[in-house]
Design a protein around this ligand. Sequence first.
Ligand code: CA2
Length: 169
Amino acid sequence: MTLSRRQTTGVRLSQMSKIIYVLNGPSLNLLGTRQPEIYGRSTLADVEKLCCATAERYGFAVEFRQSNYEGAIVDWIQEAQAKGAAGLVINPAGYTTTSVAILDALLTMEAPVVEVHISNIHAREPFRRDSYVSRAARAVVCGFGIEGYALAIGGLATMVAATQSRTKD
Ligand code: CA2
């Protein structure tokens, strides 16, 4: 089957930006300062540097954000969609298992979403596994420490390239 350049949902590939949004939820601003046995010693600024360097290798730029507020994260997801982001990486932190609002916003995204957790949530308390966000995610990365963000960006770049080659005229 030959697909046209226009995606089924209406955004033209040529209109899709080369920006990947990387969103971080509550308390991730404290990364590197507490619980290093679980989350390591890297700071959120280190994560941002890693994301920017990784994205650049694949020809993408990064919009990197963190908030302790659910509504701010919902606003940024809507912004990513409105600006035609190529993809979105999210570590929803404590909102992973509670936020239908974040899930609903993610379900409006046309670009692929990848959920990231620094720790292996499956090896921790059972409540951490029950992710709303996973229902909207094309992939989930967990347990690789902050390297998981780089893996997520690499995976997103592969997904975007695959979509573009499928929809070439
Ligand atoms: O492993 C992850 O990335 C988590 O998303 C981190 C969340 C936790 O609720 C999830 O179950 C798994 C916690 C983020 C809080 O971040 C801190 C980092 C350093 C020190 C204190 C908090």
